[in-house]
Ligand binder design. Structure first.
Ligand code: MEV
Length: 316
């Protein structure tokens, strides 16, 4: 049997996208209740698991011969957790979009691992086991994932990441609210990472210091978060967006969204993740301010009505 329901966080990278590829550290934050999965037994014994997440346009039958990567990833997670692989319906409620660099695949595999492992231990399963099970699924999606998405999806809060070292939880000195603004522009992470590599090949002595500076922002950003210096965090966030722009991964639309978020009251805003589309995050120090940013953006960018800014996420 499975647990009746389980949650997982989405994730945004606060600092360190792209530079993390070159061995620099990164800082990411969980988006609470990014995905909630509800499990109910199918009325008659069936040879499959049904998975439906309407917000992601996902409606799948998971069967052993399924080629769909989501089905394969989910079945591998369930098998790893000694969970049932037939006879259940899983219904997902998502607060984050999929395929927008917000860790949707890690959220799915973490919630699924919680459903399966929670049933085995009859309660809240061990965090490291959940993360390990999620990584099995993430490997199906992404080959050799760093593990930051799974760690943030399972833990929430703010997580510091460095290649080859365990993730560390970062305690916040002040409350922080994030507005996540999808640009609606699709992008390919691999192509953007390759574009940065090509620019670096053309002018390493120019690009390497930028990568180093992005890494330094992680150290300063971590200190600002723990020291409750949201004014400093805001300045670092703007610098991060500009440096990412100089790597060639911003777009006029992302720059416009950042500027508009600040006009409507955000402390600062930056692109998050690979760039080239995807999402922008706006930092706010109160929920009321975050709601004002969302309203203001909806007004300024009616074309975003189909993919509006998220409700504010509290980062704890
Ligand atoms: C994408 O979310 C983050 C990048 O740094 C790529 C990666 O770390 O694999 C752009």
């Amino acid at each position: 049997a499975l647990q009746p329901s389980a949650v997982a966080c989405g994730k945004v990278i606060l600092f360190g996208e792209h530079s993390v590829v070159y061995g620099q550290p990164a800082l990411a934050a969980g988006l609470a209740r990014g995905l909630t999965l509800h499990a109910t037994p199918l009325p008659r014994p069936r040879d499959a698991i049904e998975l439906s997440i309407p917000a992601w346009d996902l409606d799948l039958r998971l069967t052993p011969d399924s080629e769909h990567p989501v089905a394969r990833a989910c079945l591998e997670v369930l098998a790893h957790c000694d969970g049932p692989v037939t006879g259940w319906r899983l219904e997902g409620e998502a607060r984050i979009p999929c395929g927008a660099g917000l860790g949707s695949s890690a959220a799915l595999t973490v919630a699924l691992a919680r459903l399966a492992l929670g049933a085995v231990v009859d309660g809240e399963p061990d965090l490291d086991e959940v993360i390990a099970a999620s990584m099995i699924g993430e490997r199906v999606f992404h080959g050799t994932p760093s593990g930051i998405d799974s760690a943030v999806a399972a833990r929430g809060g703010v997580v510091a990441f460095e290649r080859g070292a365990p993730c560390q939880a970062v305690a916040l000195g002040a409350s922080l609210w994030l507005v996540v603004i999808p640009s609606g522009i699709p992008r390919q992470t691999g192509a953007l990472v390759a574009g940065v590599a090509a620019r670096r090949d053309r002018m390493p002595e120019v690009i390497d210091p930028i990568i180093g500076a992005l890494g330094q922002l992680v150290h300063r950003g971590r200190a600002a978060l723990t020291g409750a210096r949201l004014d400093v965090l805001a300045e670092l966030t703007s610098v991060a967006h500009e440096l990412l722009g100089s790597l060639g991964v911003s777009l006029p639309m992302l720059d416009r969204l950042c500027a508009a978020a600040v006009e409507h009251g955000a402390l600062a805003a930056k692109l998050t993740g690979a760039g080239g589309g995807g999402c922008v995050i706006a930092l706010c120090d109160t929920e009321a301010l975050a709601r004002g940013v969302i309203e203001g953006l909806a007004h300024s960018f009616p074309e975003l009505a189909r993919a509006p800014a998220s409700a504010p996420f509290a980062v704890e």
